[in-house]
Each structure stands twice: as C-alpha cells, then as structure tokens.
Write a protein that binds this ligand. Structure first.
Ligand code: 5GP
Length: 205
C-alpha cells in the first residue's frame, strides 16, 4: 500500500472511558476516520446503525467471517464483534488515518496481520475509580457489576501488549495525550517510560 495513513487500534477495559475519548478525538480531527464495526449485539436506544455499529444477526456475521471480510473478530460479553477489512483498506487508501475501537483480542489479531499498526491501551486511574465508573453509569445488579469489574481487571492484564498506554484520569489531558500519539510523539510509549510503568503497576495491584 502506498499510503502514509496510519491505523490506530485503541482498546480499554469497560469503565476506562474509551468511547468518550474516541468521540473527542474524532470531533477534533475531521480527517480522522472511525471504523464502524459489525456486531451481533442488540442495538441500544441511543445507537444508530451505520455510525455506531453495523448491526447484523449471527448468521450474517459468521458468513462475513467465512468470506474473509473481517480484519479481526472476537466474542465479547457473549456477542460477536468484527472489523470490516474493506472499510479500513478504503479509508487508508484515501489517505485517512483510521481508528479501531476494539477489544484486546481483536487488537492482537490486527497486530498480527498489520504489524505497522499503532496500538494504544486506555486505563482508568485506579481500581476504586474504575469501580465507581462502572457503578455510576449502570442500573445493573451488584452481581452484573461484579462480573464487569472482574472482566475489566482481566482485560487490563493485557496492557503490556500495546505500544502506548494512556491513563484516563482527566479527560482533557487524556485527549491531548492521545492526540500526541496520533501525531507521532513517542512520549507515551510505555517501553521508553519506566515512570509510567510504575504508575500502571500501582493501578493493577
Ligand atoms: P459495546 O458493546 O459496549 O459497544 O462494546 C463491547 C466491547 O466490544 C468493547 O470492548 C469494544 O471495544 C469491543 N468492540 C467493539 N467493536 C469491536 C470490533 O470490531 N472488534 C472487537 N474485537 N471488539 C470490538
């Protein structure tokens, strides 16, 4: 491919604030493109087919996967999710940087097929704050919240598979850190930053 456009893969446990951050990034850069994923999950009230997700049934999803239409796919919370290979290729061809907002399993697959992609993991600032965010945005039972928290902690254990880690404490700060990564500023590259690693380890204990 003769384009200089880049593919950014952003992952995070639920409760880290990834969706808000990605929306802010897109609002600030009209040239950036968001890859709209396929999912078999039911549409939520505020979601729009074609801009939040492409909602498909399980048969359609499995057919897409069989036909090689998906750059990656994963089962997340009992639903299938996958990235359209064609959508990503087309935007890169048009020289637009592309963002994938996907889970760590998908990120791993993208890294294998497109090793030049840039991967970013978003973490909440602390475990109590993660728990607070999961509780405050949900009317779910304690049991469901406890499962989300367990899943989030297990997702967080994959942080070191990513090129960059951003801690989402202050949203404005996190957005500007993400913008720096998109511009190619390496300051948040975790492999260069022992202080960041120390901070991450504190969050994970
Ligand atoms: P939600 O259903 O709450 O929008 O997303 C649930 C999880 O699925 C999130 O971690 C989100 O990043 C992930 N996800 C969304 N789209 C994709 C995708 O295309 N592929 C993969 N692997 N995960 C996705």
């Amino acid at each position: 491919m003769t384009t200089s456009a880049k593919l950014f893969v952003i992952a995070a446990p639920s409760g880290a604030g990834k969706t808000t951050l990605v929306k802010a990034l897109l609002a600030r850069d009209p040239e950036l493109r968001f890859s709209v994923s396929f999912t078999t999950r039911k549409k939520r009230k505020n979601e729009v087919h074609g801009s939040d997700y492409l909602f498909v049934d399980e048969d359609q999803f499995l057919q897409l996967r069989k036909d090689g239409e998906l750059l990656e796919s994963a089962l997340v919370f009992d639903n299938y999710y996958g990235t359209s290979r064609q959508q990503v290729a087309e935007q890169l061809r048009l020289n637009h940087n592309v963002i994938l907002e996907i889970d760590w399993q998908g990120a791993r697959q993208v890294r294998q097929s497109l090793p030049e992609c840039i991967t970013i993991f978003i973490l909440p600032p602390s475990r109590p704050e993660l728990e607070h965010r999961l509780r405050s945005r949900s009317t779910d039972s304690d049991e469901v919240i406890a499962r989300r928290l367990r899943d989030a902690l297990s997702d967080m254990s994959h942080w070191n598979e990513f090129n960059y880690v951003i801690i989402n404490d202050d949203i404005e700060l996190a957005v500007s850190e993400l913008q720096a990564v998109l511009r190619g500023d390496a300051a948040h590259n975790r492999s260069d930053n022992p202080q960041l690693i120390e901070q991450i380890e504190k969050i994970l204990v």
